[in-house]
Design a protein. Structure first.
Length: 383
């Protein structure tokens, strides 16, 4: 009996140990934490980043190209042509082309401040565009004469004493006919320079704010005309030499700011009568020559026929150490006989361009018939 009891106790003990062993084997094994030395010697593993799924945009050649406006220039064959004419209307560009000339100097023309900017800040370039369109249709370039007068500006600081008499040859006769009647220096030069900048920018051919369909740009601007003339029926400017220099300076600054390649032309000197030369001597002494690129003299049946007054005016310039190109922008004759020889004489004396005042020499009014011009012009050549 005792043996049986001992066997049962032994059996219970064996079964208990077996269950304990099974529980131990089912538990997770214990991991010892690594020592500091083991941590330092283990290599660090940096997980690789998955490539980002970003679309890469390549710039096309068209996108890389910078959009630079094309710059227009006066064609070489026009630039090198030395013959021009005063014109009273846009249609006369056809006659200029027929003769073989290439330059027009509208007189008085559409380039008066008040005609283009009749109210401050309001610009109307339509009449000017018409001149340009007709000129370029006939392969003609324009020398623009600027009149620095606008009624709304003149009223700011001037009285009626600045107005010319109604008998003046260029007294305004229409909306844009003639020259504004009040002809003193601008009251507000900054407003005037804004006008100049807008005008030059529209016709400089740089592709920025240009006239639509511009082909032949304007690159030459004459500032006033014969400012020394103070006749009862012909007064272009009521002011002093100092005032003219100030206008010239402001004009040149505005022109160059808008178009560095454009040229400023001195207002044509009326002739070489002593009081006329004295006027320009004073202008030069006041530094006026610093503000123009091209000098300008007229021959109106008076003075040195052999050189169209180039010799005497150039002498004055040399006395004042002024070395600049010189144009004759008005050459007027009583007879055809002297045209060819005086034209050559002026070129030999240093003239770069010569503008004739009449298509039909000796006629006060230009003919309406297209081919009715003095045939002596067929004989004048630039070379």
């Amino acid at each position: 009996m005792k043996k049986i009891i001992l066997l049962l106790i032994l059996l219970v003990f064996i079964i208990g140990c077996a269950e304990k062993t099974e529980e131990t084997t089912n538990e997770k094994p214990f991991l010892e934490e690594p020592s500091e030395e083991e941590i330092e010697t283990q290599p660090s593993v940096i997980p690789e980043e998955e490539p980002k799924n970003e679309a890469i945009k390549e710039t096309s050649e068209e996108e890389k190209a910078v959009d630079i406006p094309a710059t227009l220039n006066i064609p070489t064959e026009i630039e090198e042509n030395c013959i021009g004419f005063l014109t009273g209307n846009p249609q006369e560009a056809e006659l200029i082309n027929l003769i073989g000339a290439a330059w027009a100097r509208p007189h008085a023309g559409p380039f008066a401040w008040g005609w283009i900017e009749p109210k401050k800040g309001e610009f109307d370039f339509i009449p000017v565009d018409e001149w340009i369109e007709k000129a370029q249709e006939n392969k003609v370039a324009i020398l623009a004469t600027i009149w620095p007068y606008a009624e709304w500006d003149q009223k700011q600081c001037h009285s009626s004493s600045c107005e010319v008499a109604s008998g003046d040859q260029f007294y305004p006769w229409d909306k844009i006919g003639g020259i504004p009647k009040s002809r003193c220096a601008p009251c507000n030069l900054e407003d005037y320079k804004i006008f100049i900048s807008r005008l030059v920018e529209r016709y400089d051919g740089d592709g920025i704010d240009d006239m639509p369909n511009l082909i032949i740009p304007i690159r030459y601007y004459e500032i006033l005309n014969e400012p020394e003339m103070k006749e009862p029926d012909l007064t272009f400017y009521k002011g002093t030499e100092k005032g003219y220099v100030e206008i010239l300076k402001a004009s040149n600054e505005a022109i160059k700011s808008a178009c560095p390649d454009c040229k400023t032309v001195q207002g044509g000197a009326a002739g070489i009568i002593p009081y006329m030369l004295d006027y320009w001597k004073k202008v030069f002494e006041l530094g006026g020559a610093d503000y123009f690129d091209i000098a300008n003299i007229h021959y109106i049946n008076s003075g040195d026929l052999n050189t169209l007054n180039i010799k005497d005016f150039k002498k004055l310039m040399q006395e004042k150490d002024i070395d600049k190109p010189i144009w004759v922008t008005e050459a007027e004759y009583d007879s055809e006989e002297d045209v060819e020889i005086s034209f050559k004489g002026a070129l030999n004396a240093g003239a770069s361009k010569i503008f004739f005042t009449r298509f039909k020499i000796g006629h006060k009014k230009d003919p309406s018939i297209l081919n009715d011009y003095s045939k002596v012009y067929d004989k004048v050549k630039c070379s």
